[in-house]
Design a protein around this ligand. Structure first.
Ligand SMILES: [Zn+2]
Length: 76
């Protein structure tokens, strides 16, 4: 039976070819433990990216509010 995994590097198809997962797209070869570690790291990266996106949203919103304050203030 073939074990198929997702390449953590390019997202392509990686096939289990003992003792490695070998990516059919970029040729990356990873041992099972390395593969799992990279996968965990990738999850963390995705999580970080989401936080950064939210922070950027907050900054943007703050900027808009500052502008609104300035705009309303200038009308007085
Ligand atoms: Zn790959």
């Amino acid at each position: 039976m073939e074990i198929i995994a997702k390449c953590p590097e390019c997202g392509g198809l990686a096939k289990w070819n003992s003792p490695f997962y070998v990516c059919t797209v970029c040729g990356l070869a990873l041992r099972r433990r390395e593969y799992e570690r990279m996968h965990d790291k990738q999850k963390e990266v995705v999580y970080d990216a989401q936080i950064t996106e939210n922070e950027q949203d907050d900054k943007k919103r703050r900027k808009e509010r500052d502008y609104l304050d300035w705009f309303l203030g200038s009308k007085k």
